[in-house]
Write a protein that binds this ligand. Structure first.
Ligand SMILES: C[S@@+](CC[C@H](N)C(=O)[O-])C[C@H]1O[C@@H](n2cnc3c(N)ncnc32)[C@H](O)[C@@H]1O
Length: 249
């Protein structure tokens, strides 16, 4: 699988691109249903245009409103510290990787690795290395280990499948991604490492939760404020890795 190295601008702090300050008054935007556009799409567009996190992400230079979920998790738990090695699974378009690189003060080529990977291409991020990679690929783990140059202190997974609209199918695919994320994470994590993973509908699949409780000192279910109230997503924050690395099958 091709690997796309990251580089980017100098500061590591994303530049604002809307020119609008946080305190600026914002007018609610109404979207007319265009012929051919479904009502659901129109509501989505209207919600995007009026979502304060979307507007803030534009002002702060983040590529996604999702960036604030990691900002809020880190504000609460304080895990992003200078010098840490981080793997971000399902990173596109790159909001979490931007936050991880900034908050650890990463400088491309000079500091310990911050690796963002996804099946979708991403533009370069200062301080991070980006990989075009399906975490289900046979060689995914050795490729990530090689990019990290060893272990990871933190493994993040905000991975989500493209939804089918069929509730049970989506549920199974989401649970499968969370389990796959941990299969990768336990090959990467250093002692006392941290694993953060997106889960849905009342928490992790029971087997995964049991495994995490065995392998980490503390496991919490958290819904950061930036996660939409209507969304069933939440995050598992598992700290203090004490698991035994399984042999690669
Ligand atoms: C919600 S988005 C991540 C948003 C990101 N955290 C941010 O802040 O910009 C979920 C991502 O998971 C990725 N994904 C889904 N399945 C994947 C897989 N098997 N391997 C790698 N990435 C995957 C999708 O391509 C998508 O970009």
């Amino acid at each position: 699988m091709a690997k796309k190295p990251g580089s980017a601008g100098k500061s590591g702090k994303p530049k604002g691109n809307s020119g609008r300050g946080d305190g600026a008054r914002m007018m609610a935007t109404r979207v007319k249903t265009a012929s051919g556009r479904k009502v659901g799409s129109t509501l989505w567009l209207q919600r995007q245009l009026n979502d304060p996190y979307v507007l803030k992400a534009q002002a702060d230079g983040y590529r996604s409103r999702a960036a604030y979920k990691l900002v809020e998790l880190d504000d609460r738990f304080g895990f992003l510290k200078p010098g840490l090695r981080i793997a971000d699974l399902g990173a596109a378009p790159g909001g979490w990787t931007q936050v991880a690189a900034q908050r650890t003060g990463a400088v491309s080529g000079k500091s310990p690795p911050i690796i963002g990977m996804d099946i979708q291409e991403m533009d370069p991020i200062e301080g991070a290395e980006l990989m075009l990679l399906d975490i289900f690929a046979e060689d995914a783990i050795p490729l990530i280990q090689a990019a990290l140059g060893g272990e990871a202190d933190i493994v993040l997974s905000d991975m989500a499948p493209s939804t089918t609209g069929h509730k049970n199918t989506d549920q199974i695919r989401i649970a499968g991604l969370a389990e796959a994320a941990y299969d990768v994470a336990k090959q990467l994590l250093a002692d006392d490492g941290i694993f953060i993973v997106k889960v849905f509908q009342g928490g992790a699949p029971p087997d995964l939760l049991a495994e995490l409780k065995r392998d980490f000192r503390q496991v919490r279910h958290v819904k950061p404020p930036a996660s939409r109230q209507g969304s069933p997503e939440m995050y598992l924050v598992a700290t203090g890795y004490r698991g035994v690395r399984p042999a690669l099958g």
